[in-house]
Design a binder for this molecule. Structure first.
Ligand SMILES: [Zn+2]
Ligand SMILES: [Zn+2]
Length: 370
């Protein structure tokens, strides 16, 4: 039931010796998911406690190089480290991202003659025309794949905006519902909402003993929501013997943006435990940030407040902001000032602000039953 998030790169535009390009890993329930994969992500992974080979899903927010240049190389390195005798058991790596990502991977893997020891599939999100200025939209020729699939590529889905929720439903299973939503940036950009399903509450074991039920398979049935009939004919309902359900956690990760678009982001991020939002430049550079399709801490704070998030995590800092540990007295561009600006904007809201740094791991504790 542990869940945590590790930032592998918190810099914008390009990887530097001080800050990697955008990438973070969310671990939950034995799953290991990568969000964005800027150049150098694989070396950042090697320097972390995480194992690249454990990644089963990749989510790419948008097609700027600082979010995607690392993906072909990472896939190749994972493949090199895959045991050839276990090829039959390798799960398909599911990759989600904007239209054009499938073509990008097929061409880069194809031109470099890269073979993988595992299958992969790219599920593309169809952007809408209002997600970027016209010059940020890719032409049909740029995004249309021609020719055969890469030998290890499996057909992927094309996912369109659901008009009623204003979101993209990526998948839903017993553990999670994952959605994407629209952002405005220089090219179409997306955010992702990972909602953990609620869990059944704990069994009231004292009560079960009083009813004459001993620990065993019947406990499992009750926990799974099924009623149980005792030898004396008494029917025990799960609602009688289970404590309140444990609410699922919600983690939202937004790609580069100068604003969210439509109702979808606010719905998908409503009451998020963690909202990860970019803050490329300080509030004093508001105009420049917006001109480049980016946000300042105050803008990130406004989104966190509109969503009633519990914690705002800032990342994707301009490379002008050195990590706290390297900051010297009298340096301009203090990254802690970005945190202060967000905190000022959120004063009195109860929303906490965290600065992400490379290799910082944030635990995401369970919610208490409501
Ligand atoms: Zn970026
Ligand atoms: Zn960008």
């Amino acid at each position: 039931m542990t869940m945590d998030m590790t930032f592998l790169g918190t810099g914008s535009a390009y990887p530097s010796p001080h800050r990697g390009a955008s990438a973070l890993v969310l671990r939950a329930e034995g799953e290991c998911w990568l969000f964005d994969c800027g150049e150098g992500t694989q070396t950042q992974l090697m320097r972390s406690q995480l194992r690249a080979g454990r990644i089963t899903k990749v989510f790419i927010s948008h097609l700027h190089g600082d979010h995607v240049f690392g993906l072909p190389g990472l896939l190749c390195t994972v493949s090199l480290n895959t045991n050839p005798s276990s090829v039959q058991d390798q799960p398909c790596v599911e990759i989600y991202g904007p239209r054009g990502l499938r073509h990008f991977l097929r061409v880069t893997l194809g031109l470099t003659g890269s073979q993988l020891l595992f299958p992969y599939a790219v599920h593309e999100l169809e952007p809408t025309l209002d997600q970027s200025p016209p010059e940020g939209q890719l032409s049909h020729e740029m995004t249309t794949e021609s020719g055969p699939l890469h030998p290890q590529e499996q057909p992927g889905r094309s996912i369109c905006l659901d008009a009623s929720s204003d979101c993209y439903l990526l998948f839903e299973d017993k553990k999670f519902v994952v959605r994407a939503f629209r952002l405005f940036h220089r090219v179409p950009s997306f955010g992702f909402s990972v909602q953990e399903q609620d869990r059944p509450g704990r069994l009231k074991t004292e009560l079960l003993k009083e009813l004459g039920l001993k620990p065993g398979p019947l406990y499992g049935r009750l926990k799974a929501g099924q009623s149980v009939t005792l030898d004396n004919g008494r029917v025990v309902l799960p609602s009688e013997v289970l404590e309140d359900p444990i609410p699922g956690r919600k983690v939202c990760i937004l790609g580069d943006c100068s604003s969210v678009l439509g109702e979808g982001p606010l719905k998908a991020c409503n009451r998020a435990d963690i909202l990860v939002h970019e803050a490329t430049l300080g509030d004093e550079h508001h105009e420049k940030a917006v001109e480049h399709g980016h946000s300042t801490p105050k803008m990130a704070a406004a989104v966190a407040q509109a969503c009633c998030a519990r914690r705002l995590v800032l990342y994707h800092f301009s490379q002008r902001y050195k990590p706290c540990a390297l900051q010297k007295e009298g340096d301009d561009d203090d990254v802690v000032e970005l945190q202060r600006q967000a905190e000022d904007a959120l004063d009195g809201s109860g929303i906490e602000v965290t600065l992400a740094e490379d290799f910082f791991t944030l635990p995401i504790p369970l919610r208490r039953p409501q």
